[in-house]
Design a protein around this ligand. Sequence first.
Ligand code: NAD
Length: 297
Amino acid sequence: MPEAKIIDGKAFAAGLRERVAKEVEKLKSEKGITPGLAVILVGEDPASQVYVRNKGKQTVEAGMNSLEFKMSEDTSQEDLLAKVEELNNNPEVNGILVQLPLPKQIDEQAVLAAINPDKDVDGFHVVNVGRLSTGSKEGLVPCTPLGCTMLLKDHFGGDLSGKKAVVIGRSNIVGKPMFNLLLQESCTVTVAHSRTKDLPEEVSQADIVVAAVGRPEMVKGDWLKDGAVVIDVGINRIEKPEGGTRLVGDVDFESAKERASAITPVPGGVGPMTIACLLANTLTAACQQNGIEAPAL
Ligand code: NAD
């Protein structure tokens, strides 16, 4: 078996951001509309701060307006809901994202439910979850699984139909929407999780494996069917034997690349797709809110 092709998510994401920027330019010049993305960050979580900064930078680079609202760690739910409502009513804002996790005094579900579903660029509102699971074209789809699907479609030349896929993980953010997206692409999909009886056996049947678990290098190469295509969503920081740390995925990359036909690396695979898809969703939301057909990206 030749070594696996490395699926270059970093390059794909750069191309996607360019396509978004071109469409934004067209929207501005032809319709006078500049899409706007508002991000609310509550508290001082360092990882969230970095992520929000990157989002802001890439939003501006794509030609969109970026609005950032920083609220203190002790913000009340009432105040956060009032901010969401203000942004719901602001016509300059096409996308609203509340950075998770939220401090413990705030009910995450109540906040997600308060976002206007048409501005819910994270795709976590129950209305968008429903739209995705019923195959509605109007919905906004969670960014990370959307990015995984784009990489898979690109790899397979657009057609995933009939493939056997195993998604490992059943979170609302990755696993469940990934299941729905693969089903929409006419895959036969199994969702494995922490209570799955024989995970290696499930994985061994799959043409496509999507790992979204949060356990470093858990999926081993010898679990894979020869020629499987592996999408590794996991981002885990581990200690290096020589000191310091490094990022690894949920898949043991070294053994998996001997067995797979293609695999996403960590970092540089799925990671960069998330913000690129957020920009794509903001563009889609701006088009839909203005009664314009969203461009295919
Ligand atoms: P989560 O903790 O919400 O869900 C993990 C899932 O894994 C659960 O559904 C659980 O049932 C399953 N699981 C746990 N142990 C298991 C086991 N031993 N066998 C099989 N399944 C098991 O996590 P999440 O938010 O879905 O994120 C998963 C991973 O993806 C994390 O590493 C996270 O950092 C990463 N992530 C990356 C991006 C990105 O932009 N690339 C975005 C979101 C999440």
